[in-house]
Design a protein around this ligand. Structure first.
Ligand SMILES: Nc1ncnc2c1ncn2[C@@H]1O[C@H](COP(=O)(O)OP(=O)(O)OP(=O)(O)O)[C@@H](O)[C@H]1O
Length: 237
């Protein structure tokens, strides 16, 4: 469903990704974990056609993102919740997204309901939105076209505890209906609760992948994460 195959990316001498391979199956949530600068955003940008791999390939639904027909209705993406015009209202942003995808306006109301934004909040301009509201709107925007794959970069960032619980339920429901969900996060505890599979990267390389149980091996996921990333730092030094 989502596949990275031997993806490497070099930015002017900086190796941001080094031979990254993993898959995300339909009907599952994969948490993509790594410390700052590990290469998570670079990988997600390559997957969604915003950046080009130096070598290797990344595909969604069997094809590179740029080659998908109407990608917005097949793959939902949220890479930067702040990337909207500050003068547009939340509703206008969703209406524009719905129009681009050829969807009726009724879908906008469904999505607002799904992400828990009230009619009053939807009438406010994006510039006045809190980070949590931006995340909710961004997730709603990603879901407009009822995509079969969802790619989210730090979606829980800025959400309050109720928001985090809401998102967990939403992602589980989406996976339950067959969607392939890939999300990056720093929130280990949160990822532990929502993900079926984990991929840990450090310094651009996959350090470990497997189920939460396989990776934590009776300890906390945090301990495994800290140990693996420290080892990666030591071997790079
Ligand atoms: N456009 C760019 N030009 C040069 N180097 C870049 C560029 N984008 C990312 N990098 C470098 O690539 C590496 C990976 O960065 P990336 O943003 O993918 O990491 P990340 O895991 O998403 O980090 P964070 O959790 O801090 O967002 C870093 O060393 C970063 O400095």
């Amino acid at each position: 469903m989502i596949e990275f195959s031997h993806v490497s990316k070099v930015y002017r001498g900086v190796r941001a990704l080094d031979d990254v391979s993993f898959t995300v199956e339909a009907g599952s949530v994969t948490g993509f974990l790594g410390p700052n600068g590990a290469g998570k955003s670079t990988a997600l940008r390559i997957l969604t056609g915003l950046s080009r791999a130096t070598s290797g390939s990344a595909t969604v639904l069997g094809r590179p993102y740029a080659e998908l027909d109407c990608p917005g209705s097949q793959v939902g993406t949220l890479l930067d919740a702040g990337a909207q015009h500050p003068g547009r209202t939340g509703r206008e942003i969703l209406i524009l997204g719905a129009m681009t995808l050829g969807l009726p306006r009724s879908r906008v109301d469904e999505v607002l309901d799904l992400v828990g934004l009230t009619g009053r909040e939807a009438k406010r301009t994006f510039g006045g939105y809190s980070l949590g509201m931006r995340q909710r709107l961004g997730i709603g925007h990603a879901l407009l076209g009822r995509p079969r794959a969802l790619v989210l970069d730090e979606p829980a960032n800025g959400l309050d505890p109720q928001g985090i619980r809401w998102m967990r339920g939403l992602l589980r429901d989406l996976a339950g209906s067959g969607c392939a969900v890939l999300l990056s996060s720093h929130l280990l505890h949160e990822v532990e609760q929502v993900a079926d599979h984990i991929v840990m990267i450090g310094r651009g390389r996959v350090l470990a992948r497997g189920t939460v149980d396989e990776l934590s091996r009776g300890r906390s996921l945090e301990q495994t994460f800290l140990e693996l990333t420290a080892n990666a730092d030591r071997s790079a030094a």
